[in-house]
Design a protein around this ligand. Structure first.
Ligand SMILES: Cc1cc2nc3c(=O)[nH]c(=O)nc-3n(C[C@H](O)[C@H](O)[C@H](O)COP(=O)(O)O)c2cc1C
Length: 181
């Protein structure tokens, strides 16, 4: 049996997947930013909702609130420099074009998609929930683009060695997290 102690409920032990969210700016250009507060929940049948939470007044959040659509591009290890760049520059400080990357359009939704990503969700917001300065979007997944090397026998048969996903763990407690965003 583990020996535990009770502490202030401010520490974080939430291991997160890493997605780069692609949105349309008002002028039609593309914007990308990493968002790791991402999860899923069940809907009717074998449908599930993609759940993603964004804090503050960042452009990505404004774009999702305005258009109701976005792409969620899974980050693989080779995409870490992109995630680092997109996460350290804010769209309000200018277009994120200091490094090169390829953008294509979604197959089903009119959203910008990162060509590098091996797994892309094309999402449409179904409903939103506000908590403090954060907005959580519950989204219909209108399309999934998966790497052609994946051969899935059922919906849970996903070969992670093909996706090589980045797992994000925020070091520190929640006060640090809210400052960062
Ligand atoms: C690894 C990483 C994870 C992040 N996760 C989130 C998140 O889950 N929610 C959020 O609101 N911001 C998150 N951010 C912050 C945004 O990506 C960052 O503020 C970005 O510059 C916003 O760009 P924008 O202003 O162009 O939308 C994260 C940043 C990094 C580097």
């Amino acid at each position: 049996m583990a020996k535990r102690r009770s502490v202030d409920p401010k520490y974080s032990m939430c291991v997160q997947p890493s997605f780069i969210i692609g949105t349309n700016n008002e002028d039609g250009s593309a914007n990308f930013a990493p968002i790791t507060w991402a999860s899923a929940t069940h809907e009717d049948g074998d449908q599930y909702l993609f759940v993603i939470s964004m804090a503050g007044t960042k452009m990505t959040k404004k774009n999702v609130l305005r258009t109701g659509v976005f792409s969620a591009n899974l980050v693989s290890i080779d995409m870490l420099p992109l995630m680092d760049y997109f996460g350290s520059k804010h769209a309000k400080d200018g277009a994120k074009n200091d490094i090169s990357y390829e953008v294509v359009r979604g197959e089903v939704l009119d959203v910008p998609v990162l060509n590098e990503s091996r797994w892309v969700y094309e999402c449409e917001v179904a409903r939103t929930v506000e908590t403090g300065d954060s907005t959580t979007f519950f989204c219909h997944i209108r399309n999934i683009q998966m790497d052609e090397r994946l051969t899935c026998e059922d919906i849970f048969d996903i070969d992670l060695t093909v996706l090589d996903p980045v797992i994000y763990f925020l070091v520190g407690h929640l006060n640090h997290q809210s400052r960062k965003f």
